[in-house]
Design a protein around this ligand. Structure first.
Ligand code: PLP
Length: 494
């Protein structure tokens, strides 16, 4: 299995090389030369536990890993760090199946891939003959940073540096990062917003002189963001797992189509569901749910992607995004795997901020239904599902719930629906409180967590238990122009 760039000009590389590099030289994303097929019956997959299935699926993509290497990666990642022994349990409530992807350490679905990426990267670097220490640079608006820190904590041969906007994350998110353990982890609050952190990191990746300085000192940079194929493939596993488990439980019949509903930001999670479909999982419609930043919903309905619009800060912040990088991999498939078409569209997006796909692609795009929910609809849905069914959704999951409801009303489609639940309600207690009123509205987030637990009779996830009593280990802050100095200091480079 080899990987090539969606834009067609980079080298063809092995899985290991694609994981270590992260992004292709021509700026495109790595895609497998062919999406592999599932070659066992779906019934037999139902007999596998999460780890066994993860091995089975990932082996098809990362075939230059030996069985033993891959098994070690899988077993290191999906262990008792996850509070539910099923890793990705299904919960049938309000007529839909909630696929709970938030039982990892940081309470968001990012843990599903970021708990294995460090193992994959370390193994891949060894296979590619890289002796340098890998330095992961990440800019975060909240969820990715903490999940990457937990993943790379104490992983030999790696260091991780996370930059976050000092005043731009929630209290819980900030403290989660500031108390991070691990001698190889570094967290820095920058004076600026998320875009400043993000563009600072991008500039450093592209700074040849600085990269040379690192190499001379025994280091190389890599990335843990969702364009890395090492993050996409682990996400395919839970869609296959879900189908096999539904089948096993008799909730669906053999071969029956299900719909998959995904609250979407960077288009990584829903793309993994599409890959699962290509591999042979019977998926009917993919339902792409956006918040008020509905650039994707508009695209699904018109075939026009237009980022020239106002950016909104919403109560589902992990979906506040106007450029969905993983959409590029989907465009590649929609165009019949045409590098020319993808390069052209990406060029237009960069230059003009807008592009339109051709009629043939529009026809194929009908596979995806796009819809959106505003903040009030999101809050109402949390209330409705709690009052009707005693189940507490987080804001991102609630966006998906609303869009699925609109979809059903519009189409009358009654197929079984699986909603990707991407975060624990404990991560966004302020918004949940707006819907359910379990605490004083002026209480701080830590008090709200306690009240949410008490009033709703929910156990506080381990990841945030006693968070406010932990030692603050990371206090570094810097200006946006001082990021290089901070990195040198962390790495001990004079
Ligand atoms: C990252 C994130 C999303 C968006 O996922 P994408 O793969 O970027 O589309 C949705 N919900 C939560 C809670 C997230 O952290």
């Amino acid at each position: 299995m080899l990987y090539k760039s969606t834009r067609g000009r980079g080298d063809t590389v092995t899985a290991s090389q694609a994981i270590v590099k992260g992004i292709a030289e021509d700026g495109g994303l790595y895609v497998p030369q062919e999406i592999p097929k599932i070659d066992s019956t779906l019934e037999s997959l139902g007999e596998m536990n999460y780890r066994e299935l993860a091995f089975y699926i990932m082996k098809k993509y990362f075939d230059d890993f030996s069985d033993e290497e891959l098994r070690q990666c899988v077993e290191g990642a999906y262990d008792e760090k996850f509070e539910d022994p099923l890793i990705a349990p299904l919960n049938y409530k309000a007529g839909v199946h909630f696929l709970e992807l938030y039982h990892g350490k940081t309470l968001a679905f990012k843990d599903m891939a970021l708990s294995i990426l460090p193992y994959l990267m370390k193994t891949a670097a060894k296979k590619a003959g890289i002796s340098k220490e890998i330095v992961i640079l990440t800019a975060t608006s909240g969820d990715t940073g903490k999940a990457a820190l937990e993943g790379f904590d104490s992983v030999e041969g790696t260091r991780i540096i996370v930059f976050y906007p000092k005043d731009g994350v929630s209290e819980i998110q900030r403290v989660q990062m500031a108390v991070q353990e691990g001698r190889n982890t570094f967290v820095v609050g920058i004076d600026g917003n998320f875009d400043d952190a993000q563009s600072g990191v991008k500039e450093i990746f592209a700074d040849e002189e600085f990269n040379r300085l690192l190499l001379e000192n025994g280091f190389m940079f890599s990335s843990a963001n969702s364009i890395n194929i090492g993050r996409l493939v682990p996400q395919i596993v839970y869609y296959v797992y879900t189908y096999a488990q539904l089948l096993k439980a008799g909730r669906i019949a053999s071969g029956e189509n299900i719909n998959v509903v995904v609250p979407t930001g960077n288009f990584g999670n829903i793309l993994a569901a599409y890959y699962a479909k290509c591999m042979g999982i019977p998926i009917g419609r993919l339902i792409c749910a956006s918040n008020k930043n509905k650039v994707l919903a508009d695209f699904m309905n018109t075939g026009v992607y237009d980022r020239r619009r106002e950016f909104y800060v919403t109560n589902s912040p992990s979906m506040d995004i106007l450029i969905s990088s993983n959409l590029e991999r989907f465009l590649y498939e929609l165009s019949g795997r045409s590098e020319e078409v993808v390069s052209g569209l990406m060029e237009k997006l960069k230059k003009e901020g807008v592009y339109e796909i051709n009629d043939e692609m529009k026809e194929r795009l009908k596979l995806v239904y796009g819809g959106f929910a505003d903040e009030a609809e999101t809050i109402d849905a949390i209330k409705e599902v709690y009052e009707g069914f005693g189940y507490v959704m987080d804001t991102h999951t609630a966006v998906a719930y609303v869009v699925n409801k609109k979809y059903k009303e519009e189409t009358g489609d009654i197929r079984a629906a699986v909603i990707a639940s991407t975060a624990s309600p404990f991560k966004f207690p302020k918004s949940i409180n707006e819907a359910l009123h379990f605490a004083d509205s002026d209480a701080d987030e830590f008090e709200m967590v306690q009240e949410l637990s008490k009033k709703m009779n929910l156990r506080i996830p381990k990841g945030i238990q006693d968070l406010d009593k932990k030692e603050i280990r990371h206090k570094t802050t810097c200006g946006k122009d001082e990021m290089r100095d901070v990195i040198r200091k962390f790495l001990g480079i004079e």
